[in-house]
Ligand binder design. Structure first.
Ligand code: SAH
Length: 344
């Protein structure tokens, strides 16, 4: 069960060792509470004055025995006790897949890792607008933003490693899945090289979820039984065009807006039909999400106004989305017709 309580100005006593309680303290402070600390078992008071009767006792699980009598006394006195997880491990990096940009597609693991972070290095493809609600950690934008230069990959890795070596629990939040065109492997390697423990929390990749946002299933029974995910960062070779066209399945392209004309022409040269359905899905799950549907032979013109971030989908599955949309539109028409007949 989850409960939201306004803690503004309320006295909250946070128990547990300083290391384990550091993030819980920040969370309660951020929620506006007056935080008091008790860091030694058996009730020896911490540095500051203690409230006589706190509104809430936040018990951080620091793994030490000896807290239970205090918690029992609080409960007996009618003071609610909230169990709080211990802070994330110090000197550690977690690469977190943030999904395509909506909170709904963050994993439970991602939410927990953010909660336990001292510092979060994020970029603009991750669901960064909501970060302040999800973490009390320091937020560092290492992505592009207007008027600033992008932090280079080497510098991102350096910053992560330095923060971990300084004893922080570091989260590197990335768009989609860290291991799909996300340079996650390089970031893991630089942590390992520096002797920093690192783990990876997979995320929902835009390669599947962004087509889904437009109603396009990347596979569909009797339509397509495979999908290939390709980077459009650089134009493909002639051989790659031939292989892709020859597979006969769905082709999903990330970072493909810049090379769309070369891709369409290359697939045509490799024998793909000019009327193969194709979609460009821009800004999936974000304000301004837009889907442009055309055919391989007409997409270049149809997509002239399209911009990144966008996912391209080439294949018959695009027709499945169109068919179900037509079906939905047709049933909406039927409903309207039925309603007007009933009214008459
Ligand atoms: N690791 C990421 C991909 C990083 S490459 C993942 O698994 O999703 C960046 C590319 O991802 C963008 O150029 C775009 O093609 C795609 N992308 C990511 N988020 C997107 C979104 N919300 N809408 C459309 N495309 C997106």
């Amino acid at each position: 069960m989850q409960l939201s309580i306004d803690l503004t100005g309320r006295d909250v006593l946070v128990t547990g060792s300083d290391t384990a309680a550091r993030q819980a303290v920040r969370r309660y402070e951020a929620a506006g509470a007056r935080v008091f600390r008790l860091s030694v078992p058996e009730g020896a008071p911490g540095d500051g004055p203690l409230p006589e009767r706190p509104f809430l006792l936040a018990a951080v699980d620091d793994g030490q025995p000896g807290w239970e009598p205090l918690l029992e006394r609080s409960r007996a006195a009618g003071i609610p006790v909230a169990a709080e997880p211990a802070a994330g491990p110090a000197g550690h990096v977690t690469l977190v897949g943030g999904g395509p940009g909506t909170l709904d597609l963050l994993t439970v693991g991602a939410v927990n890792a953010l909660r336990d972070a001292d510092v979060v290095f994020y970029d603009r493809l991750a669901p960064y607008q909501e970060l302040e609600r999800l973490t009390s950690g320091r937020l560092v934008d290492v992505g592009k933003h207007p008027g600033h230069h992008k932090v280079t990959q080497g510098d991102i890795e350096k910053l992560m490693v330095e923060a971990a070596l300084a004893g922080e629990n570091v989260v590197r939040l990335k768009g989609g899945d860290p291991f799909v065109f996300g340079r996650g492997g390089e970031e893991v390697a630089s942590c390992v090289a520096a002797g920093v423990p690192v783990n990876v929390i997979s995320g929902v990749t835009s390669a599947i979820s962004v087509p889904a946002a437009a109603g396009i299933p990347v596979t569909h029974r009797e339509v397509s039984h495979m999908f290939t995910v390709v980077s459009g960062h650089a134009p493909l070779t002639e051989k790659e065009h031939t292989h892709l066209a020859g597979l006969g399945g769905t082709i999903v392209v990330l970072m493909g807006i810049g090379t769309l004309p070369q891709l369409a022409a290359g697939l045509r040269r490799a024998g793909m039909r000019a009327d193969m359905p194709m979609a460009v899905v821009e800004r999936g799950y974000r304000p301004g999400q837009r889907t442009t549907i055309a055919e391989l032979g007409t997409i270049e013109n149809a997509a002239t106004g399209c911009s990144n971030p966008a996912v391209l989908v080439i294949g018959e599955v695009v027709g499945v989305a169109m068919a179900s949309r037509n079906h939905a539109a047709a049933s909406a028409d039927l409903n309207r017709l039925a309603a007007s007949l009933l009214e008459a």
